[in-house]
Design a protein around this ligand. Structure first.
Ligand SMILES: Nc1ncnc2c1ncn2[C@@H]1O[C@H](COP(=O)(O)OP(=O)(O)OP(=O)(O)O)[C@@H](O)[C@H]1O
Ligand SMILES: [Mg+2]
Length: 328
C-alpha cells in the first residue's frame, strides 16, 4: 500500500494493488470527511478538478447588489477602457468607448486578434481594465458584489467546456434542476433530435471518463449544449462568442432564424466572424487592433465604402451570395 498526496494539491490518496488483476485501486481522502474508491484515471481527473475549484479569487470584491431587476433596465458603458494581459507589454484593448442598453442586440465583429473576446472577458470581470472604467447603470462594475454581478450574464465562450457528467447537469450546471426547462432549452438550441436518440435522455453521461456508457458529442453538438446552458441560466445578458462556428450550415441557419426568439427581450452581445449573421443586430461594433473603429447598423456601416466593415463585408460577399443569403 502507498500513501501520498497528489503533487501541488491538498488531496491525499491511498494506493492498493488489486488482487488478481495486477492493477491498482485508489482511495481518496477529500478532506471533508469522506473517502471513496476510484480507478487511477478518475482519481487524477477528480483531483485536478477539485484543485482547480480551490483556486482563490483575487478579484476586487465590491459590496453593492445587482439583483435581477424587475424592470430589467441595464445599461453598460465602456469608458476609455484599455487593457494589457498580465505579463504582456502590448495593449489587447486600447481606449474602447462603447455603450449598450438592455433589449439591444449588439454585434461585435473584427479580424482575428482584434480584441473581441478580450472585450467580453473584461465585461464579465475575468479581468479588470488596466485603464478606464466599465459601468453598469452608471456605477463602476468593480463596486458590485462579484458573484451577483456574474449572475446577470449568460456567456458561451469560444473555448467553452462541457463536463463528464449527465447531459441535464451540464445544461443546468447543477444536479438539482428543472427537467422540462432543460429540455426546452436544448430544443431551442437545436438539440431536440439528438436528445431523442440518447439512451438515457437527460441522464446520459457525456464522454466516457466517468461512465463507460457515456456518449461522445461532436463539436457542433457540444456547441448546442453550451448554448442551451446559457439559455437555462436565464440571465438578462446573453453573450455568445462565435456561437455557431462549429455548426453545420443547416444548424447554423436554424439558430440564426430563431435567434430573436431564442434571446427574446434580453440584451445580446453576439460575436461573429460571419458578417451576414450580424445583420439582425441593432448595432454593430467593428473592432480593429484593440479599438472600436466603427459603430452603426449594417446599412450605415456598409454605406461607408472606405470603412473596415465595407472591406470585411466584400471579402466575405462571395459566401453570402452562395449559401447564406436566404438565412438572413
Ligand atoms: N491570455 C492572453 N495573454 C496574452 N495575450 C492575449 C491573451 N489572450 C489574447 N491575447 C492577445 O490579445 C489580443 C486580442 O485577442 P482576442 O482573443 O480578444 O481577439 P479576438 O478578436 O477575440 O480574436 P478571434 O477572432 O481570433 O477570436 C490578441 O493580440 C491576442 O494575442
Ligand atoms: Mg475571440
Amino acid at each position: 500500500m502507498n500513501i501520498g498526496r497528489y503533487e501541488n494539491s491538498n488531496v491525499d490518496f491511498m494506493e492498493f494493488n488489486t488482487v488478481g488483476s495486477g492493477g491498482k485501486a485508489y482511495i481518496i481522502d477529500w478532506g471533508f470527511g469522506g473517502i471513496m474508491p476510484y480507478s487511477l484515471d478518475i482519481a487524477r481527473f477528480l483531483a485536478d478538478t477539485f484543485e482547480f475549484l480551490d483556486y482563490p479569487n483575487n478579484m476586487y470584491q465590491g459590496s453593492l447588489t445587482t439583483e435581477k431587476r424587475s424592470d430589467t433596465h441595464y445599461e453598460v458603458e465602456f469608458r476609455d477602457v484599455s487593457f494589457k494581459y498580465p505579463g504582456s507589454d502590448n495593449y489587447a484593448l486600447k481606449n474602447v468607448n462603447l455603450k449598450f442598453t438592455v433589449g439591444e442586440k449588439l454585434a461585435v465583429v473584427g479580424m482575428n486578434g482584434s480584441g473581441k473576446t478580450t472585450f467580453i472577458k473584461l465585461l464579465c470581470r475575468l479581468y479588470d481594465p488596466t485603464e478606464g472604467t466599465i459601468l453598469l447603470n452608471g456605477i463602476d462594475i468593480k463596486k458590485y458584489r462579484y458573484d451577483e454581478y456574474m449572475n446577470i450574464f449568460s456567456i458561451v465562450f469560444q473555448d467553452f467546456k462541457l463536463f463528464a457528467m449527465p447531459l441535464g447537469e451540464n445544461v443546468a450546471t447543477s444536479s438539482d434542476y428543472d427537467r422540462d426547462e432543460v429540455t426546452r432549452c436544448l430544443e431551442k438550441a437545436g438539440f431536440a433530435d439528438r436528445l431523442k436518440r440518447l439512451p438515457k435522455g437527460l441522464d446520459t453521461f457525456l464522454y466516457k471518463k466517468l461512465d463507460k456508457e457515456g456518449v461522445e458529442v461532436s463539436g457542433g453538438e457540444a456547441q448546442k449544449i453550451a448554448l442551451a446552458r446559457a439559455l437555462y441560466k436565464d440571465a438578462p445578458f446573453v453573450i455568445l462568442d462565435e456561437p455557431t462556428a462549429a455548426l453545420d450550415p443547416v444548424a447554423e441557419a436554424e439558430i440564426y432564424s430563431k435567434f430573436n426568439d431564442i434571446v427574446g427581450d434580453k440584451t445580446a452581445v453576439y460575436i461573429s466572424h460571419r458578417l451576414s449573421s450580424c445583420k439582425f443586430c441593432d448595432e454593430i461594433a467593428v473592432f480593429h487592433e484593440g479599438g472600436v473603429i466603427q459603430k452603426g447598423t449594417h446599412e450605415q456601416l456598409l454605406a461607408d465604402t472606405t470603412g473596415k466593415y465595407y472591406e470585411l463585408w466584400n471579402a466575405q460577399a462571395q459566401y453570402y451570395n452562395d449559401d447564406v443569403k436566404e438565412v438572413c
